[in-house]
Design a protein around this ligand. Structure first.
Ligand code: XIL
Length: 378
């Protein structure tokens, strides 16, 4: 840790636990919180009935292993979600022998820091993320039987710890607006959704059940939005127990921020909420691939996009959860998924590579301060 590093004071629990492992207690620096205001995002959000948090992982760049990042996550967040550790490709294909170790480490970190925990995801119904081995297993077992026993095992393991589950993730093909056509829905048709949500309700009755997807507000998302809307309508018609739409909010992933369709996006949100769904932002980050090299300019543009998006989203009283897909630029998935052409690292999150708060953090704080109070899930 650099001596001039500025960040939050470590919690008493972290000091006692000596989270760096090798850090002698006396060596822990007394650090003043240097963000532009004294309040944490967690507290600013809570004052409005919103829970603020982030995805974290259990490996490289995890706040569990990094005391600097750990202190920031512990201070800023009221909720965590595992970035990958509750996905089938980490838990495994055999519902009788799942690998819960990494997810349990995240759950432990959340518990130790008095944070809530979201679950992501019970069925990522997207062929790209279904391995041939899993597809074989599903076919051999029977899709319904496999899905029921997998969801039963995962929800049963975490029990009351998880208050909100992304039950199904990304099942709509953005190009066609139709259900993608995986080993699950080819075998079961629309029943795949009934089975997934009903099994989740049966074994985690206390938890909010979310449909999560990445339809967004930029031009080019029209078919995706229409497809998600049709799916949500059919959930209602066929009594599939879905409570909320998770809006991932990976802004600019279609390449640019210039084609924002405010009116169409608002219509989409109005249609969704008119059906009685609640809303949440599940994976907020801002792709800066098309923004200038200059860091001050780039950070200002990222912050402006964040502010205008959050102002609109937080105007919906049905929205009571805001989660970023990481807080630290250094470990954003976008550097692998959507690298910049000039080779510079992306700056899509509220803290820079040196763990200093960026203008995006200020934008989130401002948007939370301006948000109306709601009766939230928290
Ligand atoms: C991403 C993770 O961030 C990466 O580490 C992983 O390699 C692939 O998945 N939508 C989702 C998330 O629902 O689960 C994805 O997470 C990002 C897009």
């Amino acid at each position: 840790m650099k001596p001039n590093w500025q960040g939050p004071v470590l919690t008493r629990r972290q000091q006692l636990a000596g989270i760096a492992g090798g850090l002698a207690m006396g060596a822990l620096p007394r650090m003043a919180w240097a963000a532009e205001d004294g309040a944490s995002l967690r507290d600013l959000a809570a004052a409005k009935g919103i829970v603020f948090g982030t995805a974290i992982n259990a490996g490289r760049g995890s706040p569990i292993n990094d005391p600097g990042y750990g202190a920031i996550v512990a201070r800023e967040c009221g909720v965590l979600v595992p970035e990958n550790e509750m996905k089938v490709y980490v838990l495994g294909d055999d519902p009788a022998r799942l690998n819960f170790g990494p997810a349990d480490r995240i759950a432990g970190f959340a518990r130790d820091n008095a944070m809530k925990l979201r679950g992501h995801t019970l069925l990522w119904n997207y062929g790209k993320y279904i391995s041939p081995a899993l597809a074989d297993m599903v076919t051999k077992t029977g899709a319904e039987k496999w899905l029921r026993s997998y969801i039963t095992a995962v929800t049963g393991h975490f029990g009351d710890r998880i208050y909100s589950w992304d039950v199904v993730n990304e099942t709509i093909d953005p190009k066609t607006g139709q259900v993608r056509g995986t080993v699950f829905d080819q075998a079961l048709g629309f029943d795949v959704f009934k089975i997934a949500y009903e099994t989740a309700r049966e074994h985690a009755p206390h938890a909010q059940r979310v449909y999560n997807d990445y339809m967004s507000w930029e031009v080019g998302n029209e078919t995706h939005r229409a497809g998600v809307l049709r799916l949500l309508e059919r959930f209602r018609k066929e009594n599939v127990p879905v409570d909320a739409l998770g809006i991932q909010s990976h802004l600019g992933n279609d390449g640019s921020h210039s084609g924002v369709q405010h009116a169409a996006w608002k219509r989409f949100l109005d249609d969704v909420t008119a059906m009685g769904y609640r809303l949440l932002i599940t994976e907020f980050d801002i792709n800066d691939r098309e923004m200038p090299r200059d860091i001050a300019q780039r950070d200002a543009q990222v912050a402006a996009v964040a502010k205008s998006y959050l102002d609109m989203m937080l105007s919906y009283p049905q929205l009571d959860q805001l989660l970023c897909w990481g807080l630290w630029d250094k470990h954003s998935w976008l550097n692998g998924f959507a690298p910049r052409a000039d080779g510079l690292p992306q700056r899509p999150l509220p803290y820079d590579e040196a763990l200093r708060p960026k203008p995006m953090r200020a934008a989130i704080a401002d948007a939370l301060r301006a948000a109306p109070v709601r009766k939230g899930i928290a």
